[in-house]
Write a protein that binds this ligand. Structure first.
Ligand code: AP5
Ligand code: MG
Length: 214
């Protein structure tokens, strides 16, 4: 059976960057609520009678999309996956309990990065609109500005990567998701990884942690 990997960390910690490496090395599915929601930002959720009528209205404010919307996305994706790296979920304790009822994890990785570094990473991030590859204008620039090295697609900046929304996302993370890290720590499933080295240095530690735990 392929490994069941959870990757935790603040906005900009490098979850997406390292998930790409994990997919390539271990052949698992990348299950990511952020990408799934971005592909469905305008989805009509008005029948749920919540504060806003689409996921995008929560996302562009840096708030969490309600649990009933994300729980369903994750359940469907995990059902279809033979081995996965789960990125962006769970983001609060209720989601962590829901996840425990859906699947068993082999390892929970936590990428530890300081807040000042996070804001710099988020505001400089660029993403390929064709293949989703992630760059940074300073830390991992493409060979040609604005063009994806991998597929030649155009690079864009995420709407929630303005400094103001990035700071709000970090605040929401501290309030809701930091307790999730403790939840896995208390269960003994957590492996802490220093996320402040270069992407390759972080990857070496991530790979080791998976090989010795999964
Ligand atoms: P989501 O897409 O999950 O965003 P996030 O958690 O804020 O995380 P990011 O994708 O911003 O960061 P990352 O850790 O993947 O960093 P990356 O590798 O790109 O969620 C977006 C929104 O969707 C949420 O705000 C919420 O509204 C909603 N949502 C999603 N899931 C939800 C849920 N479960 N419940 C409710 N709502 C939900 O790296 C960042 C940058 O740094 C890049 O430019 C990269 O090149 C660079 N970088 C990476 N590693 C390094 C390194 N080691 N050194 C230098 N630079 C690096
Ligand atoms: Mg990401």
């Amino acid at each position: 059976m392929n490994p069941h990997i959870l990757i935790l960390g603040a906005p900009g910690a490098g979850k997406g960057t390292q998930s790409d490496n994990i997919v390539e090395e271990f052949g698992v599915e990348h299950v990511t609520t952020g990408d799934a929601l971005r592909a469905n930002k305008g989805m009509d959720i008005s029948h749920l009678g919540l504060e806003y009528d689409t996921p995008g209205e929560y996302m562009d404010r840096g708030e969490l999309v309600p649990d009933e919307v994300v729980d369903e996305i994750v359940e469907t994706a995990l059902d279809e996956a033979d081995g996965y790296v789960l990125d962006g979920y769970p983001r609060n304790l209720a989601q962590a309990e829901t996840l425990a009822s859906m699947t068993d994890l082999d390892v929970a990785l936590y990428l530890d990065v300081d807040e000042d570094v996070l804001v710099e990473r988020l505001t400089g991030r660029r993403v390929c609109e064709e293949c989703g590859a992630t760059y940074h204008v300073e830390f991992s620039p493409p060979e040609e500005e604005g063009v994806c090295d991998r597929c030649g697609g155009d690079l864009y900046q995420r709407e929630d990567d303005t400094e103001e929304t990035a700071r709000e996302r970090i605040r929401v993370y501290e309030e809701n998701t930091a307790p999730v890290v403790e939840f896995y720590d208390e269960r003994g499933d957590l492996v802490r990884i220093d996320g402040e080295g270069s992407p390759d240095e972080v990857w070496a530690d991530v790979k080791d942690a998976i090989e010795s735990n999964a």
